[in-house]
Ligand binder design. Structure first.
Ligand code: DX5
Ligand code: ZN
Length: 226
């Protein structure tokens, strides 16, 4: 049985209390720290860069799950790796030489992820599945925290899980965008084994209670039990 992992997205945390926020979600039971990098080109928002990841690395030993929502990610993956990213996820739509980028990430000893926007077909990553460690299915159009979960992504998650199964490889299936205690069971049932949560955790007021609540909901659905 594979435990469902919970990845709080720090996009929704209080940046003025970053260190405290990280320590608090760690204590609350976060499995990974999800870091959203946006360039103002691939998505209509700008967030943080490698310097920020380097600073994060000095205050946490939890896996840094870095989600690059940037154009030409191959230009920057090495900088993020040097800064301390443990998982580097790039968007298939943003990279015309995806396999080269995946290779760059893996050859530097980090996990390589590929992400798909809601409207993108799984066909885009069909021939990359042989090389990746993680597939990230966006359940909102990337760019902002606090958006509405797109329910029609559930068949896509199931189809992605089936594609993964066929490879026989150990590929994580992550979902990101609008995930809450109220819909997490559905995405896990569909096949996801990593759930990103921004506002649901950081705006909850009690991180430990929220993570406990989510863990209880998903534990019956953990991938491998069905
Ligand atoms: C959206 C980001 C998400 C975001 C999720 O573009 O990739 O990681 O922080 O936030 P919520 O959980 O609030 O949708
Ligand atoms: Zn993200």
């Amino acid at each position: 049985m594979k435990k469902t992992l919970i990845a709080p997205s720090i996009l929704s945390c209080n940046f003025l209390k970053l260190e405290e926020e990280i320590k608090d979600v760690e204590k609350a039971g976060a499995d990974l720290i999800h870091v959203d990098v946006m360039d103002g080109h691939f998505v209509p928002n700008i967030t943080i860069g490698p310097m920020f990841v380097r600073a994060l690395k000095t205050i946490t030993t939890t896996v840094l799950d870095v989600h690059l929502m940037i154009k030409n990610p191959q230009q920057y993956v090495s900088e993020f790796i040097e800064a301390g990213a443990d998982i580097v996820t790039v968007h298939a739509e943003a990279d015309v030489h995806l396999l080269r980028t995946i290779d760059m990430i893996r050859s530097q000893g980090r996990k390589a992820g590929v992400s798909l926007n809601p409207s993108s077909s799984l066909n885009l990553i069909e021939y990359a599945l042989c090389a990746i460690d993680l597939l990230l299915i966006m359940t909102v159009n990337p760019g902002f925290g606090g958006q509405q979960y797109i329910t029609t992504m559930e068949p896509k998650i199931t189809a992605a899980r089936d594609m993964i199964k066929k490879t026989g490889r150990n590929i994580d299936l992550e979902v990101d965008g609008g995930i809450k205690a109220t819909n997490v069971q559905r995405v896990v049932k569909a096949g996801a084994n990593i759930v990103v949560m921004g506002t649901e955790i950081f705006h909850s007021g009690d991180y430990a209670a929220k993570i406990r609540e989510v863990r209880k909901i998903v534990s019956s659905q953990d991938y491998g039990t069905h």
